[in-house]
Design a protein around this ligand. Structure first.
Ligand code: URA
Ligand code: CA
Length: 434
């Protein structure tokens, strides 16, 4: 087989066979296919698209380009959740213990945050003592015992995706549905998921800015999952403003504790229940989404969800007393209020820019090597649609620095207030299951 012919075939709009796709991915991983041929094929795919069979084949070829995690020693259906990335997205911290509390096993492999979106591991590490450096045997044992454990990303997972993503980044081929969908799905499948729930974000803070694009990506991923034997469902949710109220590591842990106690922000609670219901259905613990939702709501009310969070934190060395005394979590030295310059309705809080402001405070990494400050961040006192009086606080800045003028200016520039009433954005746009 010649790479030249594979490129020409796709350039001419024909469908590639599984063998041709494997030939490309294996060759690109081992270096026998050079970057210039891989970029030509990526551009051909960008213009000519791929059908369902090609997308499935590309996903599985990337899965098999490196190690795969074997979770077969864990009892039950392992359901993983993936979010396409957002600002102040505290859902994993809420979902994992909640879903585990109804006996759906959550074997979570997580990463650290980069840029303005936070990583689940960083957030959890704000609980004193908590660590994810556990052996894979310990990981499996903990999930069997408690239904929940989190481990750091290990091994050589989907090297083809890593290499191809880097190449796409510099050849203007990131924004291609078949390439994005196979990239995301290959990572979930390689890390051992039997079933997958996807939270595809749309809006300013999201990768997919429009609802139409988000829907197309969600449908592409759901059909890949179902075509390769992993039941998959998706939610399209709003990321035009940050989710919940807290943005920042320890602040989000506190927000998750509130949510599992039934006192969380409305949007975060709703998204947690929506995604959680899909996980419970795919995990085989409920027949319908409504039944699943009732089970989850009950476990928030009866305290089982918060009990599961404590059990999980202590099992991985964390001081679970912070759940009852959240003041023991890292706290910033200073608080500053962002006061409204006029009265009116909050019209817009640009999610990614507010995420950047939190990063400037030290809550996020500028580069992979940067140290982060777990205590700092932003808490929104108002959200889009809320009325604010001139001089009232829109948000509170939690800082370990005394000069926050530049950050305040950035926030003012990205929050608009309108004199007439504003509708809060719809949180869940669509559920996709086929
Ligand atoms: N995220 C991924 O993991 N892959 C893509 O291609 C785009 C976003
Ligand atoms: Ca949040």
């Amino acid at each position: 087989m010649r790479m030249y012919d594979v490129i020409a075939k796709k350039r001419d709009g024909k469908h590639l066979t599984e063998e041709e796709i494997q030939f490309f991915i294996e060759g690109y991983t081992d270096g026998s296919v050079p970057d210039y041929q891989a970029s030509a094929l990526a551009m051909a795919i960008y213009f000519q698209d791929m059908n369902d069979d090609e997308r499935a084949a590309l996903t599985m070829a990337m899965v098999h380009s490196g190690d795969t995690i074997d979770l077969s020693d864990i009892d039950g259906i392992k359901v993983d959740k993936h979010s396409t990335g957002g600002v102040g997205d505290t859902t994993t911290l809420c979902l994992a213990p909640l879903v585990a509390s109804v006996d759906v096993p959550v074997a979570k492999m997580s990463g650290r945050g980069l840029g303005h979106t936070g990583g689940t591991i960083d957030k959890l590490e704000s609980v004193p003592g908590f660590h994810v450096e556990i052996s894979s045997d310990e990981f499996v044992n903990l999930v069997n015992k408690n239904k929940l454990a989190v481990i750091g990303q290990t091994g050589n997972l989907t090297p083809a995706d890593k290499k191809l993503y880097g190449l796409r980044d510099v050849t203007a081929t990131v924004n291609s549905i078949p390439l994005i969908a196979s990239s995301i799905m290959s990572k979930k499948i390689a890390s051992g998921a039997d079933a997958i729930v996807l939270d595809v974000k749309t809006g300013a803070g999201a990768f997919m800015k429009s609802k139409e694009e988000a829907e197309e990506l969600a449908k592409a991923m759901v059909s890949i999952g179902n075509n390769v034997g992993r039941q998959t469902m998706a939610v399209i949710s709003d990321m035009s403003q940050p989710l919940g109220r807290a943005i920042g590591n320890a602040l989000e842990v506190r927000e998750a504790i509130d949510t599992l106690n039934g006192r969380g922000p409305e949007d975060l609670t709703e998204l947690t229940l929506t995604l959680g219901s899909q996980m419970v259905v795919l995990g085989g613990k409920a027949e319908t989404l409504d039944e699943a939702r009732n089970m989850l709501e009950e476990n928030i009310q009866n305290g089982n969800a918060i009990k599961k969070l404590k059990e999980f934190l202590s099992a991985q060395g964390g001081d679970a007393s912070v759940v009852d005394q959240p003041d023991a979590l890292p706290q910033a030295a200073h608080k500053f209020e962002l006061e409204a310059k006029e009265s009116g309705y909050v019209e817009n809080m640009v999610a990614d820019e507010i995420g950047h402001a939190a990063m400037m405070l030290g809550a996020g990494r500028q580069t992979k090597e940067s140290e982060i400050d777990l205590a700092v961040g932003i808490v929104l006192n108002k959200k889009v649609g809320d009325y604010v009086e001139k001089g009232e606080s829109i948000l509170t800045i939690h800082a370990n620095q005394t000069d926050v003028d530049e950050i305040k200016e950035k926030l003012y520039n990205n929050i608009s207030i309108n004199s007439s009433e504003v509708q809060a954005p719809q949180l869940v746009h669509q559920l996709i299951s086929q």
